[in-house]
Design a protein around this ligand. Structure first.
Ligand code: ADP
Ligand code: MG
Length: 263
């Protein structure tokens, strides 16, 4: 059927799944406050090129805040974050340019409701990357085909299901040629029967070697494609482990408790 998951093969040949040296994302001793409230405390981790890191932890532990900081959507007060050699805390950094290279997919699809699917897929390519209309459209349509939604190009977001909208949102982020993709609970607002089609797209992306940081409670996804799992609690990275070690035997009691509740 034209509507389920990825249709065509990868656009690039899959690189090895083993992470190489250079971090694509380096989070270095980051602390952040919302007013008087310290939301992140001395967070340090790296994501290597091609690595898939799942971030989990209880509600309110700072997961969304941490990945928003990577995209400079939230400022940090202490520490540094480097994305592909660009420092987030640096007056010389062109933040809109940085953001244009960091794909972000949120829980709520946030497509532009008044624009068609085609327009949703091309507007930032044209306005931010200054791509000619024809080229932007070709890129958008290729990506729409990859997420299995070619037949819906002329519809509006409200005419698509939640799962379909989220697949468009992923295609829209990919249209910017991101160096990394950040996901913040991309399936948690979806009806259960639509979760799989969105996860399938993400699994394919991971297999193609995209560098990904994924906040999710979908532990099936984590087991399948994550290289590492980060567990956060009360603004701290409590555990940062290879997937096998995390699921085999989380070191901290807090992670053990969390896993026992969601598995
Ligand atoms: P998570 O994604 O793990 O649920 P968040 O990063 O959304 O956690 O939130 C972490 C904490 O920061 C929570 O206590 C939340 O209430 C608080 N918080 C989040 N955003 C803001 C904000 N803009 N202003 C003040 N507090 C916030
Ligand atoms: Mg959150």
């Amino acid at each position: 059927p034209s509507d389920s998951g990825l249709q065509s093969g990868p656009l690039t040949s899959p690189p090895p799944r083993i992470a190489t040296g250079t971090p694509m994302i380096a989070i270095d001793n980051v602390s952040k406050w919302y007013g008087d409230f310290q939301v992140l405390t001395n967070c340090t981790t790296q994501v290597a090129k091609g690595e898939v890191v799942v971030v989990c932890g209880p509600s309110g532990s700072g997961k969304s805040t941490l990945i928003k900081c990577v995209n400079a959507l939230e400022p940090i007060q202490k520490g540094q974050i480097t994305v592909n050699d660009t420092k987030v805390v640096d007056k010389a950094t062109d933040l809109p340019k940085l953001r244009s290279r960091v794909g972000m997919v949120f829980q709520h699809f946030e497509l532009f409701p008044h624009l068609s699917i085609t327009e949703n897929l091309t507007v930032a390519q044209r306005k931010v990357l200054k791509r000619p209309a024809e080229e932007a459209k070709k890129k958008g349509m290729d990506l729409l085909a990859r997420v299995g939604l070619s037949a819906h190009a002329d519809k509006y977001p409200g005419q698509l299901s939640g799962g379909q909208q989220q697949r468009v949102a992923i295609a829209r982020a990919l249209a910017m040629n991101p160096v990394v993709m950040l996901f913040d609970e991309p399936t948690s607002a979806l009806d259960p029967e639509m979760v799989g089609e969105v996860l399938d797209v993400m699994v394919e992306l991971a297999k193609e070697g995209m560098t990904m940081m994924v906040v999710t409670h979908e532990m099936g996804f984590a087991r399948k494609v994550a290289d590492r799992v980060i567990f956060m609690d009360r603004g701290e990275i409590v555990e940062d482990a290879r997937k096998e070690d995390f699921f085999g035997q989380p070191r901290s009691e807090r992670a053990q408790q969390f896993l026992s509740k969601i598995l």
